[in-house]
Design a protein around this ligand. Structure first.
Ligand code: NAD
Length: 361
């Protein structure tokens, strides 16, 4: 298969972890005889330095012309004092919107080798294997009217949570499709006891469920969902929710996985005429300026994101599963980086990447 991939290493540890994800992709492509075509582009702080903006037109063109994009991380401390629209992170929102990737998929798996790294008790975390599907291009983060107005001392701030039926329906259907390939259980989290927005959400999800009679659906209030995530995480298979709720719940879910360096994400849009699902794949973590350039960042989230790319965008299930299995092997036998190392010497970012390739065989 021909795999057209755009790589955006970004800032801080982004280039280091992306390098290892690319190493693994090259290894897999050679082993399974795929033609890998990779271009590199600029996004975030490095793009501001080189072009004056966080999401250059050239990057937009490349992203729209390619099948899937692998992103490292963006953000540099030197831009922290600037308003949101001038910061590297603006590039992230820009590329998500440009690609219209409306569903953000975050798998949360409690690996046996990392149970002790979670602050929760082993018996609660053991067996956790869920997928949070967060709506990514609508809701409170994009709704209008928005802004701050009025006189000093009594100013008013407004944000609007706006959802169209079509926007709910497409992400609900994607969540049902994903649940169908897993344990066939979908939980929809909303706040239907208070918000009209959530009432519509619940209605549309229920309606969409009629096409998926084999998937069991339950609706849960988001506050209860937040509690159940840490009390009884194994009850969840696929969780679907709107943008703001998903942002919060998926970060809460991160504590179940042991380290932020383990968390991958996939943002998926519509299927393209060539059959490929356009997607943006990135670790959940940021640019970690405190450890950047030291070859000690955990590359598993980036490598896992590459596996998700093969799986979701290109439908290469065997190759994706081989990477996931190799991650499990390396977690068990090492080397692993300092953030998840229990005893002994920590491995480097590069050593972990090479070990994953070796475990794939
Ligand atoms: P961060 O995720 O970069 O770092 C938080 C902590 O986790 C740090 O101590 C860091 O060393 C550690 N960490 C993160 N990733 C790691 C890895 N792979 N291996 C080992 N340790 C890791 O979050 P932050 O410090 O709040 O933000 C730093 C910058 O990143 C900011 O500019 C922020 O805006 C940006 N950011 C970007 C993204 C993104 O690109 N998606 C996400 C979050 C934050």
């Amino acid at each position: 298969m021909k795999l057209n991939i755009l790589v955006l290493p970004g800032d801080g540890i982004g280039p280091e972890v992306t390098r290892e994800a690319v190493r693994v992709l090259e290894h897999v492509a050679a082993k399974w005889n795929h033609a890998l075509h990779m271009e590199e582009g600029l996004l975030g702080g490095i793009a501001i330095h080189k072009t004056g903006g966080p999401f250059p037109d050239r990057t937009r063109e490349l992203a729209l012309a390619t099948d899937a994009t692998l992103l490292g991380a963006v953000g540099l401390p030197e831009f922290d004092h600037l308003p949101p629209e001038k910061r590297p992170e603006k590039g992230l929102l820009g590329i998500r919107k440009a690609l219209d990737v409306f569903a953000n998929l975050r798998p949360i798996v409690a690996y046996e080798a990392l149970l002790a790294s979670s602050p929760l008790k082993d018996e609660i975390v053991r067996g956790t294997d869920m997928l949070i599907v967060r709506e990514l291009t609508a809701g409170l983060y994009f709704g209008t009217p928005r802004g701050i107005s009025g006189e000093s001392g009594e100013r008013v701030a407004v944000n609007s949570m706006v959802y169209r039926e079509s926007e709910i329906k497409r992400v609900a259907r994607m969540a049902f499709e994903l649940a169908r390939k897993r344990r066939k259980k979908l939980t929809s989290a909303d706040k239907a006891n208070v918000l009209e927005n959530s009432q519509l959400w619940r209605e549309v999800v229920t309606q969409a469920g009629k096409d998926y009679p084999d998937v069991e659906v339950d609706h849960i209030l988001v506050d209860n969902c937040a509690m159940q995530l840490v009390l009884n995480p194994t009850r969840f298979d696929v969780v679907v929710t709107e943008n703001l709720f998903g942002d919060i719940l998926s970060d809460e879910g991160a504590v179940l996985a042991g380290s932020i360096g383990m968390l991958q994400s996939a943002s998926i849009g519509d299927q393209q005429p060539n059959g490929v699902w356009r997607g943006l794949y990135e670790p959940v973590h940021g640019s970690a300026p405190d450890i950047a350039g030291q070859n000690k960042a955990n590359p598993f989230a980036a490598i896992g994101s590459a596996a998700a790319m093969l799986n979701y965008s290109f439908g290469l299930k065997e190759e994706g599963a081989a990477i996931d299995a190799a991650i499990q092997t390396v977690l068990k036998h090492g080397p692993v980086t300092a953030d998840i190392k229990r005893q002994g010497t920590a491995g480097t970012t590069e050593e972990v990447g090479k070990a994953v390739c070796a475990a794939i065989g």
